[in-house]
Design a protein around this ligand. Structure first.
Ligand code: NIG
Ligand code: FE
Length: 414
């Protein structure tokens, strides 16, 4: 057995289950220690107790010298596998065009689909690896990745194969989602035919090959209707996939209530959702995932109403939505900070959103986002004593090292 004893932990941050809105979502243990065995936490708690435990068996000792330790961050919504660039759309927006105008005039998702069509699986893997490495350097240890830039079966399966290959090329844990993102132009007059094709030739084979754990649908005016999403959700359920939904991103379509009606695991975006929708999400136990990277990147529209979602009783997760068109953002702590400064969460709730909230949004066990005995040894070591320093220098989080499965994968612990 490989045993490592970490001492000198100024603050060991433990997110816990939410009970109503009042209880603090984190517990902070001061002057703590962690005992890691074979990639798992075998004990965590006050330094004296843990050090005594470790002394009973041989362990390599690492003194962190008064630094805060947090569970690894879980980015529960990304489109990080894509080809090419849409930087010119950024230039067009800066001159006043909107995201929707650009999408309607040859840009947007269809443009990324044309670029992905031309790329090899290998190119998709290599370019995504670079982005994953940058995410990792910001503390992300688990990352969800969606398909959805393939649109047609061959290209969707190429994208899903790239996502699956990434799992073996990065230390990060990858969770795959098959995404119904847009109706391809050739099917614009035959929408029902495309929905059937998506269910039978994309979703079902992806589930059979275990290349997706979730199915997601972009429900929006001009994209998929509620009825089309219902058909896809039924196919997802039949195939054993969990359901996630992009809703109320650009317009209030009653998408939050729709996600509650379908009993989705998470409803994501929610920029335009109303109070009835927020209450429905809370009642149905659907995780509300906010993606402040979009408002940051697009520069227009409302910030996601994270505070109102929490006050309605929702569990709020925060993710990057990393994608070439609406959120070219790899920095999950930055998104959490924005969920606090612009969305009204407390720093504690913001950290909860990228740890336990991310785990909830991916239906992962709670043990994946905490650091107690039996949990995955995925954690982030800050260069600061106070864990809140994570949110103090946006874009430059003070991260000394990231550990996955007990192994230091980026940075150093000296
Ligand atoms: O989550 N809303 C739909 N999909 C992505 C954007 C896709 C794109 O513009 O490429 C999103 O924002
Ligand atoms: Fe998205």
């Amino acid at each position: 057995v490989r045993r490592h004893l970490y001492t000198g932990i100024s603050e060991l941050v433990q997110p816990h289950a939410l009970e109503g809105q009042t209880r603090e979502p984190l517990t902070i243990q001061r002057d703590a220690a962690l005992l890691i065995e074979n990639g798992q936490v075998s004990a965590a708690g006050p330094r004296r107790a843990i050090a005594a435990l470790a002394a009973a068996g041989h362990a390599t000792h690492i003194d962190l010298g008064d630094r805060a330790v947090l569970p690894g961050f879980i980015d529960s919504h990304t489109h990080v596998v894509f080809a090419g660039t849409r930087v010119d759309e950024m230039a067009r927006r800066a001159r006043g065009e909107t995201y929707e105008q650009i999408a309607a005039s040859g840009g947007g998702i269809k443009r990324s689909a044309a670029q992905l069509e031309q790329a090899s699986e290998r190119e998709l893997v290599e370019t995504a690896l670079g982005r994953l490495a940058r995410m990792l350097s910001k503390g992300t240890t688990t990352c969800e990745i969606k398909s959805g830039y393939g649109l047609l079966p061959a290209a969707e399966h190429k994208q899903l194969a790239a996502i699956s290959a990434l799992g073996g090329r990065t230390a990060m844990r990858i969770v795959a989602t098959v995404l119904a993102h847009s109706i391809p132009g050739v099917y614009s007059e035959r929408r029902a035919e495309y929905v059937a094709l998506f269910c039978e030739q994309i979703l079902a084979p992806a589930a059979r090959a275990e290349r997706a754990r979730f199915c997601d649908v972009f429900v929006e005016q001009g994209v998929f209707t509620n009825d089309e999403a219902r058909t896809i959700a039924a196919a997802a359920r039949a195939a054993g996939l969990g359901l996630k939904l992009h809703v109320d991103q650009l317009h209030d379509n009653g998408g939050a209530e729709f996600a509650a009606e379908l009993g989705a695991t998470s409803a994501d975006h929610l920029e335009e959702s109303n109070a009835r929708g927020r209450a429905a999400l809370a009642r149905a136990g659907v995780v509300a995932t906010v993606l402040p990277g979009c408002r940051l990147f697009l520069g227009k529209g409302p910030w996601p109403a994270a505070r109102a979602l929490r006050d309605a009783g929702c569990e709020v997760a925060v993710a990057t939505d990393c994608n070439p068109g609406s959120s070219m953002v790899v920095d999950l702590p930055l998104c959490a900070m924005l969920a606090a400064t612009e969305g009204g969460l407390s720093l504690e709730e913001a950290l909860w959103g990228i740890t336990r909230g991310g785990a909830r949004a991916l239906a992962l066990p709670a043990t994946d986002a905490t650091l107690t005995a039996g949990d995955r040894a995925d954690f982030v070591v800050l260069s600061a004593e106070d864990w809140r320093t994570l949110f103090y220098s946006p874009g430059d989080p003070p991260i000394d090292a990231v550990v996955i499965g007990g192994q230091v994968v980026t940075g150093a612990l000296t």
